[in-house]
Write a protein that binds this ligand. Sequence first.
Ligand code: ZN
Length: 255
Amino acid sequence: MKISSNRFSWLAVLAIAFSVAAGCQSSRNTCCSSCSMTAATCSMPAPAAPPTKASQAAMTPQQALVELKDGNARFVAGYPLHRDLPADVKATAAGQYPYAVVLSCIDSRQPIEIVLDQGIGDIFSARVAGNVLNDDVLGSMEFAGKVSGAKLIAVIGHSNCGAIKGAIDDAQLGNLTGLLAKIKPAIDTVPADVQPRTSKNYKFVDDVSEANVRLVMQQIRERSPVLREMIDNGQIGLVGGMYDLSTGKVHFFEK
Ligand SMILES: [Zn+2]
């Protein structure tokens, strides 16, 4: 009886391990509805499918955040969902129902769909150096939320950001000067005891980057009555986060 029990335990462990390896840990992966299939049948998972009008409508802001968190966990673990991209192109040709809009930096080391393991049709993506806010990005967010039904706005900065360093160093270059000026108010919000306040101090740079994310979140509320009303009504969520270039992890702010 004891031997049988142990054997069962080992089989269960192996089945779970194989399921995780096959990307079965996500509720959005249809490879096995309850992840109770045998390893053999789970080795060829059906591809994850883009959101539909019904699935988008059914999703809450909290669930949308879980999707992003789960996607980043899959990316970090090295087990992204299996996708059939040509099929996803066809499936989304007539319409799109993304569940989130994400503002992030242009940094080549933080391709946001990849690090959050999102596919075609999953998220709107706005990228600009230093993930700063401007009227066009704000208008894009309003389109994503009010017109297209996205349930979450995510602002994601990252460690060791060149744009943040440029703002700290007061870099001057063509149109970049105006972009960096949008970041500078965040510098003063970092506590004075964080020293030295230079771009050589990684902690200071990352503190400014996080402050910049919080500033953008505040600006979204202040500058968009459309989104503020949706946020206050619980129709859309607003979350910030920081991507760590050295680990691949996104730390989402709790508040
Ligand atoms: Zn950056």
